[in-house]
Design a protein around this ligand. Structure first.
Ligand code: TYC
Length: 103
């Protein structure tokens, strides 16, 4: 090999495999005091649901005790839970939502 030959050494490529972000369920809980219309309104405003979808989720929580509203990233789930509960607190209702990691 002469002095001015170029020697190419292959770079070792380390592919960083990022884990899929864990998903969170937003759960809506029933209570005896928050009006149905208010729950539906909050679901429409915070989760951009249609009247029909909001009403269906509200009614499921009303009948069964709880209902999954949406599945999304932790950040979004926690932000939406806070937004929805702030609306309720402001209006004086005990509406409760949580963000729970999916199994
Ligand atoms: N149970 C409430 C009522 O009868 C309505 C309601 C529905 C409240 C769903 C909360 O997540 C809820 N006024």
């Amino acid at each position: 090999m002469s002095d001015n030959d170029v020697v190419l050494t292959p770079k070792t490529k380390t592919k960083l495999k990022l884990d899929k972000p864990k998903l969170y369920k937003v759960i809506l809980f029933n209570d005896d005091y928050t009006p149905r219309e208010f729950v539906t309104m909050v679901l429409k405003a915070v989760f951009r649901m249609s009247e029909e979808a909001g009403y269906r989720v509200m009614l499921t929580a009303h009948k069964l005790g709880s209902s999954v509203v949406v599945v999304c990233t932790k950040d979004i789930a926690e932000t939406k839970v806070k937004e929805a509960m702030d609306y309720a607190k402001e209006a004086g209702f005990p509406l409760m939502l949580t963000a729970e990691p999916e199994e």
